[in-house]
Write a protein that binds this ligand. Structure first.
Ligand code: URA
Length: 299
């Protein structure tokens, strides 16, 4: 028999809460192994057996607390610990404008200003990037045949191990969020969170009122009935569709289900994020306010 319980603990200086389960019939050490395995899965953002874990990711509202300056710089991917040691000896690591004498000097990323070799370093626990995806790029981190969306980002961003938060087809254009925050990406993509994605489309022929009603209430896309959504026509064959879920090829399959065909698809909004001012192929970092808002959607 499996039971669920909530566990609070203090890891990496941050309070984390998660649900796990264990088998009370097993000796304690097995319980611990299962617990550790689930914790690691939760950290990676995996969903264990559907709904077992709930790990509260640290977010920008959390105070980071004190950390060693060499750890700070290595987490920011600015310098390894040994590089920091050398830079400290050269007097090139400053804390609030004053050279530090030791690599284990404690810093508070919320309060102190750290400068490395003349550059102020901003602490970010995670990286978030908004990209306007052009045609012909696949939403993957690597591909043997095609260019991936990561090919559009500089090393300065890819070194953080960002990946696409949700998939757009190779010929779908528009807004793509990339992050290295696995649990948040997972949460934002869950239909339970009702995070809206808006797509502009062009279809092969004018959908009837019945077709639109069917699309809005849910159609069978091959063994799965889509959740309610909204369709707003802006022309005879063009419009906007708003979904809170994202099955593989969902919109194309939905239009197939009403004997129509998608000819053009562009994502224009993800939650509150829009492409405003971002040209095709361009990217930008999310602002701190956007990160706060996004992380609050994933809590
Ligand atoms: N639906 C699709 O069919 N394709 C996409 O790329 C996104 C949503």
């Amino acid at each position: 028999m499996f039971v669920c319980f909530t566990k609070h603990q203090f890891i990496f200086g941050l309070e984390q809460t998660f649900l796990t389960h264990t088998n009370p019939c097993l000796p304690k050490r097995y319980g611990k192994i299962i617990f550790t395995r689930i914790y690691n899965r939760a950290l990676r953002g995996d969903n264990f057996n559907g709904n077992i874990y709930r790990l509260r990711q640290p977010n920008v509202f959390d105070n980071i607390g004190l950390m060693r300056i060499d750890k700070f710089l290595s987490e920011c991917k600015i310098a390894t610990r040994s590089e920091t040691g050398k830079a400290v000896r050269r007097g090139e690591v400053l804390l609030d404008g004053v050279p530090v004498k030791r690599a284990d000097t404690q810093v508070d990323p919320d309060k102190n200003v750290v400068t490395y070799c003349g550059e102020v370093v901003h602490y970010r626990r995670n990286t978030y990037v908004l990209l306007n995806k052009p045609d012909g790029y696949v939403s993957a981190t690597e591909d043997k045949k095609d260019k991936t969306v990561l090919d559009l980002l500089p090393e300065e961003v890819t070194k953080f191990g960002v990946f696409p938060c949700g998939r757009l087809d190779k010929n779908t254009l528009g807004l793509m969020l990339l992050t290295d925050n696995g649990p948040l990406a997972h949460a934002l993509l869950s239909p339970k969170r009702h995070v809206e994605k808006v797509y502009r489309f062009e279809c092969a022929h004018k959908p009837s009122d019945d077709d639109i009603a069917a699309l809005e209430s849910g159609v069978d896309i091959g063994g799965y009935v889509t959740k309610p959504c909204t369709v707003k026509m802006t022309g005879d064959t063009s419009g906007e569709i708003t979904l809170a879920e994202g099955k593989y090829h969902q919109i194309k399959l939905m239009f197939d289900a009403v004997n129509n065909r998608i000819l053009y698809l562009e994502r224009i909004r993800f939650a509150f994020l829009t492409l405003d001012g971002l040209a095709r192929g361009e990217w930008r970092y999310l602002t701190d306010d956007e990160i706060k808002k996004l992380e609050s959607l994933g809590i």
